[in-house]
Design a protein. Structure first.
Length: 104
């Protein structure tokens, strides 16, 4: 499965940044889970394993940041789900970057 988190705040003058991850990183490190923020506002374990992906949206002076944490996920099922048969899918979303994953 996974755990979800979300933060809503007033829009800052600076562009969207990874500051919203600070409380998530702090809590996980308090639980002896040594995560670090990545370049794409995601969270990683040592050894190069991604444990969290995030997304953000700005509207009407507010910022929404949300993310997931892999927790007791069946990694084999996840891999099969993320590699479906090739189809002609058209999406407006930001392209995904395949990464090795692990549960927290």
């Amino acid at each position: 499965g996974n755990l979800n988190y979300a933060f809503i705040s007033d829009k800052k003058e600076s562009p969207l940044n990874a500051d919203f991850l600070r409380p998530v990183i702090h809590v996980l490190q308090q639980l002896d889970i040594p995560v670090e923020a990545g370049k794409r506002k995601d969270l990683w374990l040592p050894g190069g394993y991604k444990v969290s992906g995030t997304a953000s949206h700005v509207s009407k002076g507010r910022e929404l940041h949300h993310g997931t944490l892999l927790y007791e996920s069946n990694i084999e099922h996840l891999k099969r789900s993320l590699n479906p048969e090739k189809r002609n899918l058209i999406a407006r979303a930001t392209a995904s970057v395949p990464s090795p994953v692990k549960n927290i």
